[in-house]
Write a protein that binds this ligand. Structure first.
Ligand code: DX5
Ligand code: ZN
Length: 219
C-alpha cells in the first residue's frame, strides 16, 4: 500500500499550528520538508531552525528533502534538528557515496533524489547505501507544477531493478504534481511514498488527505 508524505511548502505558515493539527487528525504519518538554497534550485525556503521548531509540533516521520548544493556541509545540523530521513540530490553532490554514508553516521535514514531528466540507472551504484530513492516528477524548486508523466516509466524500471537485485527494502518516493488524477499512476508504477503539497492544502485538508490516499490505493 502506498502512503502519503505531505509537503509543507504549500502550508499556510500564518496558521501552521492549526494545519499541523489537521494533518495529525487525518492520521498523516510523513511530513515532507523541502529545503531550498537559492543555488541548486532558484528558490529559498527554510533551514534547520524551522525543522527543529516543527519537531515539537509533529511526532511522525520527518522526511527532509535537501535541494541544496553540496548538502554534506549541513547533514549534521539537519540530523540534530530532528530529521528521520534526509534526502540529497545526486546532481548536487561531488561525492554521493560520502554524503550518503555521512547521513547514516549521523543517525538518519538516507534518501537519494534524481531530477526528472536524470537517468534512473545513475542511482544503482549507491543502492547499498540508500534507504529511499526519490524520483522527482517535476523540476525541483516550486510547488504547484504539473506531473511529468515520463518519470512513471523510470519508477517502473527502478521498482523492477530493486526487486530483482535484493534491494526490496529500499523505498521509492515520488515528488511533484501528485493529485487525484496522477496518484494512481505513480503508485501503480511501484512508488511507496507519494509527496503532495498543493493538493493537500487547497481546501479541506482532512478530506484531501483521505481522497489522495484512496486515489493512490484504488486499483
Ligand atoms: C518541489 C518540492 C515538492 C513540492 C511538491 O521542489 O520538492 O515537494 O512541494 O508540491 P506539489 O504537490 O504542489 O507539486
Ligand atoms: Zn520535495
Amino acid at each position: 500500500m502506498a502512503d502519503l508524505a505531505v509537503s509543507l511548502l504549500s502550508a499556510d505558515f500564518s496558521c501552521l499550528e492549526k494545519q499541523l493539527q489537521e494533518l495529525k487528525e487525518a492520521d498523516v504519518k510523513w511530513l515532507h520538508i523541502d529545503v531550498m538554497d537559492g543555488n541548486f534550485v532558484p528558490s529559498i525556503s527554510f533551514g534547520f531552525p524551522i525543522v527543529k521548531t516543527l519537531r515539537k509540533a509533529f511526532s511522525g516521520v520527518f522526511d527532509v528533502h535537501l535541494m541544496i548544493q553540496e548538502p554534506i556541509r549541513y547533514i549534521k545540523e539537519f540530523a540534530e534538528s530532528g530529521s528521520d530521513m534526509i534526502t540529497i540530490h545526486l546532481e548536487a553532490c561531488e561525492d554521493v557515496e560520502a554524503t550518503l554514508r555521512w547521513i547514516r553516521e549521523c543517525g538518519c535514514k538516507a534518501g537519494l533524489a534524481v531530477n526528472p531528466h536524470t537517468p534512473i540507472e545513475e542511482v544503482y551504484p549507491y543502492l547499498h547505501l540508500t534507504d529511499m530513492v526519490l524520483a522527482m516528477t517535476v523540476q525541483p524548486g516550486f510547488g504547484g507544477q504539473k506531473y511529468i508523466h515520463s518519470v512513471t516509466k523510470k519508477v517502473e524500471t527502478l521498482h523492477k531493478y530493486l526487486n530483482e537485485n535484493g534491494f526490496d527494502s529500499v523505498l521509492i518516493e515520488v515528488d511533484g504534481g501528485i493529485c487525484l488524477e496522477t496518484a494512481l499512476e505513480a503508485a501503480d508504477a511501484g512508488s511507496d511514498i507519494l509527496v503532495s503539497g498543493s493538493s493537500v492544502f487547497k481546501g479541506n485538508i482532512g478530506q484531501n488527505v483521505h481522497d489522495l490516499l484512496e486515489a493512490m490505493n484504488h486499483s
